[in-house]
Design a protein around this ligand. Structure first.
Ligand code: GLN
Length: 252
């Protein structure tokens, strides 16, 4: 399967030591493998508290999820040391995947159930307010961004309820058919703004959703090399894992 294409992509993994719930780190492993299987090299640089991140040279950014405690530890560093450069790069089309707590801090603010308000970067025209109960469970959702019949599956656990505005044409990533999604009310799951993606799906999300992984990689290749073609992979196990969740938890 391995072809040599001499193409290299650079990914910045934000706060890997603080934001890594439900194996979110597995998303990096998935992106790296899906690159390797096409002869593409994925270089991964981490940037945590007090560390600089060279978003100008990056092709992809990943940010995982974390508890309110972890978010409280990092939101000021995120605002001051990463925020402005990341927003500029994402406005310029830098592909980005953010999960749950990371997704919330890319919005306008996150207000916790204790009333503490953490300002976000405002990349996403979205805001999050914690409820008194947690939204927990398996999720199945329709994702037209990835194809007419495409679905996304994963696991969610969050107290935050996220609501999307309309600036810049922000759209939900998917529509839930099982599970809560952004807020348990409007069926929306996640957000898409330019090439930046937010989702509540843990698991990690990418191993069971290869279409989303390849969507991100194609956007990165397009931006870096002017062409995003990716050879098709068999994805036997990926599709079986996806289907088993969709059949087990999807609405009958
Ligand atoms: N702490 C946030 C919340 O509870 C995010 C949780 C998460 O990343 N799973 O909503």
């Amino acid at each position: 399967m391995s072809k040599t294409s001499n193409r290299t992509l650079t990914l910045i993994h934000l706060y890997p030591d603080l934001l890594n719930l439900y194996g979110d780190r597995g998303n990096i492993i998935t992106l790296r493998r899906r690159c390797e299987w096409r002869g593409i090299t994925l270089q991964v640089h981490s940037a945590s508290l007090g560390e600089k991140a060279a978003f100008d040279d990056a092709d992809l950014v990943f940010m995982g999820g974390g508890s309110d405690r972890e978010q409280t530890l990092l939101f000021q560093d995120f605002q001051q040391h990463k925020g402005p450069a990341l927003v500029e790069a994402a406005e310029g089309g830098l592909p980005l995947l953010s999960v749950c707590g990371g997704y919330q801090l890319l919005g306008l603010y996150y207000r916790t159930h204790t009333g503490e308000e953490m300002p976000g970067l405002g990349l996403f025209d979205a805001w999050t307010e914690a409820g008194s109960t947690r939204l927990i469970g398996n999720v199945v959702a329709q994702a037209p961004l990835l194809g007419e019949q495409a679905t996304l599956v994963g696991f969610e656990n969050h107290s935050g309820r996220t609501f999307l505005g309309s600036r810049g044409g922000i759209q939900p990533l998917a529509q839930v058919t099982a599970g809560f999604g952004n807020n348990g009310d409007d069926q929306g799951e996640g957000a898409v703004y330019k090439n930046a993606v937010g989702t509540y799906l843990h698991g990690p999300v990418l191993p069971k959703n290869p279409a989303l992984a390849d969507w991100l990689l194609s956007k990165a290749l397009e931006r870096r090399y002017g062409g995003g073609s990716l050879s098709t992979l068999q994805d036997t196990w990926e599709n079986r894992a996806h289907l088993s969740v969709a059949q087990r938890f999807g609405k009958k």
